[in-house]
Design a protein around this ligand. Structure first.
Ligand code: NAP
Length: 487
């Protein structure tokens, strides 16, 4: 029998098995706890999948793939729209579960649910736009008596592996496009936060998704991930998570389609002519949203020396006004990190940076799983807070004199998704947009701006493919040419 939830926890998932395989929910031989990162309370126990469960899930997904491919694009769209409708109607329960299992503040969790509704609707719309084009065969000698076209076909069974930090919307960014394109999916959510994904699976199935089209495996990726991604029956691995895990998965997956959405160490430039107040407030929000556990969160800010002190003081004041504490309280701005160990990592990185000469402008002292929003200056380039992805609520400020030097410093990292510049100069905005080596450059916005319809991915080492619904649908499809010879 699965553990009962504490009285204040969202009563869900604990009362039932958590592996969805071959159209039925089943329990596992072993289970693991899912705990609230804020107070450590037990929310649920979920099954730990095994390689044998992977075999069963793949067999089911192969059946589900044929069922999905047989649906018309209109039928796929209708399922996704129905799911979006049900999610919108159930938003409060989903938001409460996101907050319970990740510690994300309730305002951010509520926003994530509304974004997920949008991601599902965009996916539904893309299903109906899944059309190819005619090909001008007569454009080249030898083609005069031929005509034809290309179409998009599903790739097959997709292994979708998601991280903890946006447990609903990032799952929707894989499931929505995959189903729109006619694929089946085996979903592996993060072990710290699998419950929202289970709830999402229930909605999709209730909305009419063929039962074999979605298999869901909870548990530890290290236990069964290799069996999943290495299988020749998996046509594509769509992974979002850390670079090290991505490397392990890519090696195990071998030659197959792989999409990798990895981490980043995002940089913002604040030029001398920027609106200091707007830039500082946007950077504070961009650095500390979701307690900094955001792949496009601001980590390094290069501020023109003429406004450096004013910008720093404003950003420190804005940050110190943030409310740190219970993520369920709507007044809270910063909740816990996903685990005490992550807050301890932030504390260790802070100690290292200070020992190397960095100054803490605000924050810096851990309290359990909470690491407060922390601003550094004078951080040396070899400190981990500068050179590695922090994925926590810390940010470093650097003064600069020359825009090209700031662009070069912004680019001096391995992993980038977004970069940004605050400036009133159109010329400098264009110059920075060309020079910043990132997959997206935000002008007068922090790096953490994202619309779910825009192409989204990484620009540097290890990143492969694009999400953003329309772009993910293409990644999850094969193009097939049909050519008629009249001669
Ligand atoms: P993670 O530790 O890399 O885990 C991501 C997923 O991979 C989890 O579901 C994990 O399962 C699974 N996994 C672990 N080992 C595996 C294996 N051998 N085979 C198959 N799957 C395996 O990442 P995280 O801590 O959850 O998330 C933080 C990272 O995600 C950060 O680097 C962040 O920047 C990145 N991220 C990127 C984006 C983007 O769109 N680019 C968005 C959000 C987050 P377990 O939980 O069971 O270990």
């Amino acid at each position: 029998m699965l553990a009962q939830p504490p009285a204040h926890a969202p009563a869900h998932a604990v009362v039932r098995p958590s592996l969805h395989i071959a159209g039925a929910w089943r329990d596992g031989a072993t289970r693991m706890d899912v705990r609230n990162p804020y107070d450590g309370s037990l929310i649920a126990q979920v099954a730990c999948a095994t390689p044998a469960d992977v075999d069963d899930a793949i067999a089911s997904a192969l059946v589900g793939q044929r069922a999905m491919a047989a649906l018309t694009t209109g039928e796929r769209a209708a399922i996704l729209h129905r799911t979006a409708d049900m999610l919108a109607a159930d938003a409060a329960r989903f938001a409460a579960m996101i907050t319970a299992e990740t510690g994300k503040i309730i305002r951010a969790a509520t926003k994530e649910v509304s974004r997920a509704v949008n991601t599902l609707r965009l996916s539904a719309e893309e299903a109906t736009r899944l059309s190819g084009e005619t090909i001008a065969f007569d454009s080249f000698p030898g083609g005069e008596t031929r005509h034809g076209f290309y179409v998009y076909e599903p790739v097959g069974v997709i292994a979708a592996i998601t991280p903890f930090n946006d447990p609903l919307n990032l799952a929707c960014h894989k499931l929505g496009p995959a189903f729109a394109a006619g694929n089946s999916v085996i979903l592996k959510p993060a072990d710290q936060a699998p419950l929202t994904a289970i709830m999402l699976a229930e909605l999709l199935l209730a909305a009419g998704l063929p039962a074999d089209a979605l298999n869901l495996l909870t548990g530890r990726g290290g236990d069964f991930g290799t069996a999943l991604v290495a299988s020749p029956d998996i046509a594509m691995v769509s992974f979002t998570g850390g670079a090290r895990t991505g490397e392990t998965i890519a090696r195990a997956a071998g030659i197959k389609r792989i999409a990798m959405e990895l981490g980043a160490n995002a940089a913002v430039i604040v030029a001398a002519d920027a609106d200091i107040g707007k830039a500082a407030d946007a950077c504070a929000s961009g650095a500390f949203w979701a307690a900094g556990q955001n792949c496009i969160g601001v980590q390094r800010i290069f501020v023109h020396q003429s406004i450096y002190a004013a910008f720093r003081d404003r950003m420190v004041a804005t940050t110190e006004a943030m409310v740190v504490g219970d993520p369920m309280d709507p007044a809270t701005d910063i909740g816990p990190m996903i685990a005490v160990g992550e807050a301890e990592r932030m504390a260790a990185w802070t100690d290292e940076a200070v020992a190397l000469g960095a100054r803490v402008c605000t924050g810096g002292r851990r309290d359990g799983a909470i690491f407060p929003p922390t601003i550094f200056e004078q951080a040396p380039p070899d400190a981990r807070i500068v050179r590695q992805e922090a994925f926590g609520p810390i940010v470093s400020l650097f003064p600069y004199a020359d825009l090209d030097d700031a662009i070069a410093a912004a680019n001096a990292v391995d992993h980038a998704i977004h970069a940004a510049i605050f400036t009133a100069s159109l010329r400098d905005a264009h110059h920075a947009a060309r020079g910043l080596q990132a997959a997206g450059v935000m002008i007068n916005d922090s790096t953490d701006y994202r619309l779910d319809a825009m192409p989204f991915g990484g620009a540097r080492r290890g990143n492969m493919g694009r999400e953003g619904v329309r772009f993910a649908v293409r990644e999850m499809s094969h193009t097939k040419v049909v050519c008629f010879h009249e001669g």
